[in-house]
Design a protein around this ligand. Structure first.
Ligand SMILES: Cc1cc2nc3c(=O)[nH]c(=O)nc-3n(C[C@H](O)[C@H](O)[C@H](O)COP(=O)(O)OP(=O)(O)OC[C@H]3O[C@@H](n4cnc5c(N)ncnc54)[C@H](O)[C@@H]3O)c2cc1C
Length: 402
């Protein structure tokens, strides 16, 4: 793939990560899945090379880069068949939120570990009765006592939260009453894995992925005052600028990186599937020429390639805007990139499976399970329809039906 929005350093990073991914590849990831374990070895090696914290500040052990670099890492690992889904959550969402809004103590406690991969953080926003409508979130935090040092008690339910079993903590999105207005406002809490009252049960997914999804029950989970990200918005410059809605700003700060990384995940998986199909179509011969000579096979593969390239361009634009500090511009581009990548991924995987005929469904070729996996890029973290809604309202100014 050619790149116009990347520097020589980016290209070197791509090549180095691609080489690492190639050493692991899909066979490694599938053996991890069948063992029910985690891609520890790949995670550790990527961490050691500095890839997992490439977006985090240098003073906390990160690479000092941004989403442009982190998305390259995930895309290339995915292209090799071994994506690390927790990169979407741990360094991208949680690392970003803490780096931008955490108290000095939270930064000291979490960032070096998130940057060197020794700590992992999950992210929980989805609720069973809220789903796409995050305004309906009911997970609620209340103070146990008065004063800024009082503990928090967090109660609620979450679903589909990835990697809670391997995460040292989960960043939970809840609501708390604004002391001034009495209104419920969003807030983010760091909940360590083994906190009493923080229950998790795995959801039985059809997905063949190393990362499991969990339903979470938070039953009066007692957290110290400093579990609130930003410590009530008085310790961080950005949070102060956000006035009373610091929690909302914190949340949005994490969502653009999440969308950019989901785009990288989709593009990587799409490229992986497309490459398998192209290899097959070049050599599989049942008539005079290999099947790739038939335009009915070649054109949809060419289309898939074009659509993945276009999605990547939008992802690069979103990453550039985000890294330049344009959160609003990045919001639109990150949504569009996630949409484009999700659609390109689903189509590339579908065409790849079809290109292999019966072998597309044979376990040996490893493509059929991607049919399910590719749908993740369309559904999560925000569905195709919710992005179309966003573009209808925000970009086109059309009225809202809900
Ligand atoms: C593999 C996987 C990993 C995940 N990991 C995490 C995680 O780590 N943390 C986390 O918090 N969540 C996670 N999620 C949850 C994910 O973000 C949600 O599934 C997603 O936001 C959709 O919510 P929902 O499933 O409740 O669907 P719903 O909101 O119930 O939507 C169902 C359908 O209705 C459509 N729809 C809903 N509202 C509208 C509307 N207004 N207009 C048009 N169509 C609409 C949707 O597009 C969708 O097609 C994960 C999900 C999966 C599948």
């Amino acid at each position: 793939m050619s790149t116009v929005l990347e520097t020589d350093e980016h290209r070197d990073l791509r090549a180095a990560v691609a080489a690492l991914g190639k050493r692991y590849g899909r066979d490694y990831m599938m053996s991890v899945v069948s063992d029910g374990s985690h891609p520890r070895e790949l995670w550790a090696e990527a961490a050691k090379a500095g890839y997992l914290g490439v977006n985090l500040p240098e003073e906390y052990g990160g690479g000092g880069g941004g989403m442009a670099e982190l998305s390259i890492v995930l895309e290339e690992l995915g292209t090799a068949g071994s994506p690390l889904l927790m990169m979407v959550v741990s360094p991208a969402i949680c690392g970003t939120v803490i780096a931008r809004f955490g108290t000095d103590e939270q930064k000291r406690q979490w960032l070096p570990g998130l940057a060197d991969g020794s700590l992992i953080m999950a992210f929980g926003i989805t609720e069973p009765d809220a789903g796409s409508n995050s305004h309906r979130i009911t997970t609620t935090a209340r103070r146990d006592g008065s004063g800024a040092d009082a503990d928090w008690l967090l109660t609620g339910r979450k679903v589909f939260v990835s990697g809670v079993d391997i995460a040292d903590a989960t960043l939970i999105v809840g609501r708390t009453e604004d002391a001034r207005t009495g209104r419920l406002k969003p807030c983010l809490f760091i909940v360590p894995r083994d906190t009493p009252g923080f229950g998790r049960s795995p959801i039985d997914m059809e997905l063949q992925a190393a990362e499991k999804q969990f339903e979470l029950v938070l039953d009066d989970v007692r957290l110290p005052a400093d579990a609130l990200v930003g410590g009530g918005a008085s310790h961080s410059g950005e949070a102060e600028n956000g006035g009373g809605d610091a929690g909302l700003l914190q949340l949005f700060a994490g969502l653009n990186p999440e969308r950019i990384m989901t785009a990288a995940f989709g593009i990587g998986m799409g490229r992986y599937a497309l490459a398998r199909a192209v290899d097959y179509a070049r050599t599989r011969q049942v008539w005079k020429e290999p099947i790739g000579a038939h335009q009915a096979i070649a054109h949809p593969l060419a289309q898939a390639h074009i659509e993945l390239e276009l999605a990547r361009l939008m992802m690069q634009k979103a990453a550039r805007l985000y890294d330049d500090g344009d959160d609003i511009g990045a919001g639109e581009a990150a949504n569009m990139a996630k949409y484009a990548a999700g659609e390109a991924c689903v189509k590339a995987v579908d065409q790849a499976v079809h290109t292999l005929g019966g072998n597309g469904l044979a376990r040996e070729y490893g493509l059929a399970s991607l049919v399910t996996a590719s749908r993740v890029a369309r559904i999560a973290p925000v569905s195709r329809e919710m992005i179309l809604n966003y573009v209808s309202h925000q970009s086109l100014g059309l009225p809202k039906s809900y």
